[in-house]
Design a protein around this ligand. Structure first.
Ligand SMILES: Cc1cc2nc3c(=O)[nH]c(=O)nc-3n(C[C@H](O)[C@H](O)[C@H](O)COP(=O)(O)O)c2cc1C
Length: 197
C-alpha cells in the first residue's frame, strides 16, 4: 500500500490544474525551468524524431506577445469588439511562466503522424507533472491562439502539419485549487473481451 506522501506516485495522484488567471508568483526560476524542460523532453518518441518544440515566452516579452495576438485576432476577425481584444491581451499576461508547446511532426518520416502527435501529449503531461513535483501549479490552455496560423508561425511553426498543442502557464496558486470529478476506474477501464458500451 502506498503511503509515502513524498513519493512519485503521490505526486501523480495529487496533481490537478489551477486556473492561469489565479496564479501569482513565485513561478519557476531558471534552474527549476531547466528541470521542467528536461523532464518534458524525456518522453516516448517513436523514431527519436523530437516531433515537438517548446517556446518560453519570458515576462519581458509578454506585452509584445499580447500585441501580436491582438493583431492576429483583428486580422482574422476585423469586427472584433474591445472585450475580445482585451481577452487576447490578458491571455498573454497571466501567470509567472508561459510556455507554448508545438507539434512539429517530421513529415518525411515513416513514423505515422498520429504517433508523432501523441508524443506531444506526453511532453504536455511531463510539463505539468514536473511543475507539480516542484510545488508549482500548472494550466494547459488552448483557446483561439492555438488555432491561428499567424500565431503558430510566430512560435516557429513551419511545416504544413505544425500546430500549437497549447499554452502552459505555471505559478503559485493564489487560492486553494478546486478538485474536479474524476472517472471511476470501472467507467474507463475494462477487461478484454470488451462488451459493447
Ligand atoms: C488539449 C487541451 C486543451 C485545453 N484547453 C483548455 C482551455 O482552453 N480552457 C480551459 O478552461 N481548459 C482547457 N483544458 C483543460 C485544462 O487544461 C485542465 O485539464 C482541466 O481544467 C483540469 O484538469 P486537471 O486538474 O486534471 O488538469 C484543456 C485540456 C487539454 C488536454
Amino acid at each position: 500500500m502506498f503511503n509515502d506522501p513524498s513519493s512519485a506516485l503521490s505526486l501523480l495522484l495529487s496533481r490537478r490544474s489551477g486556473k492561469a488567471r489565479d496564479m501569482i508568483g513565485p513561478g519557476p526560476d531558471a534552474a527549476e525551468l531547466d528541470l521542467i524542460l528536461r523532464a518534458a523532453t524525456r518522453v516516448p518518441d517513436h523514431g527519436k524524431l523530437n516531433p515537438w518544440r517548446l517556446v518560453v515566452i519570458p515576462q519581458e516579452e509578454r506585452a509584445a506577445f499580447g500585441a501580436m495576438l491582438c493583431d492576429a485576432y483583428r486580422a482574422e476577425r476585423p469586427d472584433a469588439g474591445r472585450l475580445e481584444i482585451e481577452a487576447m491581451d490578458s491571455f498573454a499576461k497571466v501567470a509567472p511562466l508561459m510556455i507554448a508547446l508545438l507539434s512539429t511532426p517530421v513529415e518525411s518520416s515513416k513514423i505515422p503522424l498520429w504517433e508523432q502527435q501523441m508524443s506531444v501529449g506526453a511532453v504536455a503531461m511531463q510539463l505539468l507533472n514536473a511543475a507539480h513535483a516542484l510545488g508549482f501549479v500548472g494550466n494547459w490552455l488552448t483557446g483561439w491562439p492555438s488555432f491561428n496560423r499567424a500565431v503558430a508561425e510566430s512560435l516557429g511553426a513551419r511545416g504544413a502539419e505544425d500546430r500549437v498543442a497549447g499554452f502552459f502557464f505555471f505559478g503559485t496558486a493564489a487560492k486553494p485549487l478546486e478538485e474536479r470529478p474524476r472517472p471511476e476506474i470501472a467507467q474507463v477501464v475494462s477487461t478484454w473481451p470488451v462488451v459493447a458500451r
